[in-house]
Write a protein that binds this ligand. Structure first.
Ligand code: DNO
Ligand code: MN
Length: 392
């Protein structure tokens, strides 16, 4: 497989020269400086591509071309934003870039409550604590209608959680949830977050799915013409939050998406850390079922915690609840099929890593440290090589 690394652009404290030493050959990046909803100019794409290539790497995947809220909400202005999206896809195609990752999560991108949770070995991990989320939702945000969504016991647990936090920790929890994790386009204050949530009144899963279908029917033909493979990233975590619907959480959702706009340009990102949070998903089976339409793999593992299985933390790449060896074996099998029958390359990246060693003294983004991801990538490559050798 092609080993890639997410780089946040020239402002990323991890340099391209450093990335080369991790063993990655491909870069995953986006023009993060361009506001969501504006078409990316050809010159800007070409310039970023040249920067990457000058360092001896290639621009393997765009992650993400963000989807404007108007498209997710299905407001009349969406047509303007869809037109800009189509233009970006054409420009990327003109520059020879062929894989685009995106997501369709309303309001928030991926969500965690704790960004530096200490593991027994001293590394720092990202964590999603259901009681913390409920405490935020019920008491710090005070969302209208939230109470009805939590049982008495959950409310009591959330209150206990809140009472254990001092003012600084409460503020930190607010920031962790709504200030925007790396790669997220939107950053909210509490007041703004409340307003945006209100814009989703009346938008249920069915409506959101209709809006996704409308978007796909508009962009998939353009992607096809531009020689681009689209790879939707699943919801993280894969269930509704704050009463907002989420429609890319299960294998059934993935199947719905593929059927909504039948074309080889319409594909998936297999993010094992996102889908893998659900107990009912067999990731290796998913990799086999959707193999030909998997255009990008995010490999990492999570561990559901015993006290509440909705609470999870990011585990070691080869630990946790994900059977990573089985997933890699399925992906290697798919790659062999592509080698025989023809098919696109299969880029993978270590999706997040623990902050370990010098990561704890370096200013890198939560989940995107140098050494933790390098360790993850090294482990994944080792498994891949062994699987290839032992099954040849
Ligand atoms: C979560 C991660 C995120 C993701 C963003 C943008 O699983 O992969 O960093 O990349 O949601 O797609
Ligand atoms: Mn991911």
């Amino acid at each position: 497989m092609e080993h890639t690394w997410r780089w946040f652009g020239p402002s990323d404290p991890i340099t391209l020269d450093e990335i080369r030493q991790t063993g990655a050959t491909g870069i995953v990046t986006a023009l993060h400086e361009i506001p969501n909803g504006t078409a990316w100019p050809v010159e800007a794409i070409a310039e970023r591509k040249a920067t990457i290539e000058a360092a001896g790497l290639s621009w393997s995947v765009v992650e993400s071309v963000p989807v404007h809220e108007a498209i997710k909400q299905g407001t009349p202005e969406r047509e303007r934003y869809i037109a800009a999206y189509q233009e970006t896809l054409r420009h990327l195609g003109d520059c020879g870039i062929d894989t685009v990752c995106y997501n369709f999560m309303p309001v928030l991108d991926w969500t965690r409550t704790d960004l530096a949770w200490r593991l027994p070995d001293g590394g720092l991990a990202l964590r999603f604590d259901q009681a913390a989320l409920a405490a935020f939702d019920l008491f710090l945000l005070g969302r209208r209608g939230a109470k009805a969504e939590y049982s008495e016991a959950e409310q009591a647990e959330a209150r206990r959680y809140l009472e254990g936090l001092d003012e600084v920790s409460r503020q930190r929890l607010v920031n962790n949830v709504i200030a925007g994790l790396p790669g997220a386009e939107e950053h909210y204050t509490l007041a703004r977050f409340r307003e945006v949530l209100a814009e989703y009144d009346g938008i249920d899963a069915e409506r959101l799915r209709e809006n996704l279908g409308h978007f796909l029917r508009a962009i998939v033909p353009v992607a096809e013409e531009a020689g681009i493979r689209l790879a939707i990233h699943p919801d993280d975590p894969p269930r509704p939050l704050f009463g907002l619907p989420r429609v890319v959480s299960t294998p059934e959702d993935a199947q719905w998406l593929l059927d909504a706009a039948p074309s080889e340009a319409n594909g998936l990102t297999l993010c094992t850390g996102s889908y893998g949070v659900r107990e009912d998903i067999d990731l290796a089976a998913m990799a086999r079922r959707f193999g030909p339409r998997i255009y990008f793999a995010h490999l990492r593992s999570t561990r559901r915690e015993a006290a509440d299985p909705r609470t999870f933390h990011e585990a070691h790449h080869l630990g946790g609840d994900v059977d990573m060896v089985a997933v890699i074996a399925a992906l290697v099998e798919e790659e062999r099929r592509r080698e025989r029958e023809g098919g696109p390359r299969l880029p993978l990246r270590p999706d997040h890593g623990h902050h370990i060693l010098d990561d704890q003294r370096r200013d890198t983004r939560p989940g995107y440290p140098l050494y933790g991801r390098m360790k993850g990538l090294a482990e994944l490559r080792g498994v891949e090589l062994a699987v290839r050798r032992l099954t040849s």
